[in-house]
Design a protein around this ligand. Structure first.
Ligand code: 3HC
Length: 271
């Protein structure tokens, strides 16, 4: 989601540095941003000049430490693995400027826990975007236990500046979005496992019966099955309630490397 957040931020007059460990990922991100800007330009949503200015406002770096030192706001969007988040937060914390805010795009991990990994919990907050970021209007703003009012207001202003509609939520597993969405996706996967209907038909039921833009299995592939599993595990461990147990088929697919669109195969196959 990092490339989408960079895209939208740069489109709204912010200077952005997109950071990744891998040069290759940065090249892919740049290509994705260019493609999505072209799509917006073709649809007449933005001018060519705006697309070029947006591209010019984004720089790409593998140097996390230097990029953090120069940033007023850091939006972390690394993978939903607690160990990975922990090492990234401990490192960011060493280079955070005296007034910088550290916002996490985490989809379900506790903001209070992330904040506890830093020396400045009052400046840590959740800023949860939705895919595709240039299209989806919502941002969930999640206050950690020690998030200051000043930090909350700054992130609220930023979300509005980015053209998003912010909603304030408390720091509970899955917040609101994934506490509601992910059990539905998990249940759709149980329907596949139990042979209740075909993959296509399960998606058709939710698209035509409930007017969802994507069926739950298409959406799971779009989000990434590994991310779906991580979120279910956060819900299951966080609430200690068996109603959140991840579907065994979801676990098997992730173990087999079938992660959805990003790996070329999930419930559907992708070129
Ligand atoms: N960048 C920029 N614009 C994009 C885009 C992108 N990546 N993807 C689509 N668009 C634009 C298109 O240009 C089009 O614009 P228009 O309205 O001006 O014509 C519009 O979005 C619709 O796209 P398409 O016509 O190509 O295709 P669809 O009508 O099928 O819409 C979709 C695509 C917007 C992705 C739609 O299927 C949808 O809303 N799906 C559900 C998405 C969703 O639920 N996201 C949330 C996932 S959960 C999450 O992110 C949280 C995490 O924590 C798990």
């Amino acid at each position: 989601m990092g490339n989408g957040i960079a895209h939208v931020s740069a489109m709204h007059q912010l200077n952005v540095t997109l950071v990744d460990l891998s040069e290759k990922q940065l090249v892919t991100a740049q290509q994705t941003i260019e493609r999505n800007l072209q799509r917006q330009q073709k649809k007449g949503k933005i001018t060519q000049a705006a697309a070029l200015t947006t591209l010019d406002s984004i720089s790409y770096s593998t140097d996390l430490d230097a990029s953090v030192r120069e940033a007023d706001i850091i939006i972390e969007a690394v993978t939903e693995k607690e160990k990975v988040k922990q090492s990234v937060y401990e490192r960011i914390c060493q280079h955070l400027s005296s007034s910088a805010i550290l916002a996490s795009n985490t989809s379900s991990i506790s903001i209070t826990w992330l904040a506890s990994l830093t020396k400045h919990p009052e400046r840590v907050i959740g800023m949860h975007f939705f895919n595709p970021v240039p299209v989806m209007k919502l941002v969930e703003i999640v206050r950690g236990f020690e998030t200051s009012q000043e930090t909350y207001e700054a992130i609220h202003r930023l979300a509005v500046q980015l053209g998003k509609t912010p909603v304030e939520v408390k720091d509970y597993p899955g917040f609101v979005s994934n506490r509601v969405l992910m059990p539905m996706i998990n249940e759709a996967i149980y329907c596949v496992m139990e042979g209740v209907a075909s993959i296509e038909d399960i998606d058709t039921v939710m698209k035509l019966g409930m007017a969802h833009p994507m069926g739950p299995l298409t959406l799971a592939d779009f989000i990434g099955l590994d991310t779906c599993l991580s979120i279910m595990e956060v819900l299951h461990n966080g609430f200690g309630d068996t109603k959140y147990r991840p579907c065994p088929l979801l676990k098997k697919m992730v173990t087999a490397g079938q992660l959805g669109r990003k790996s070329g195969r999930g419930f559907y196959t992708y070129d």
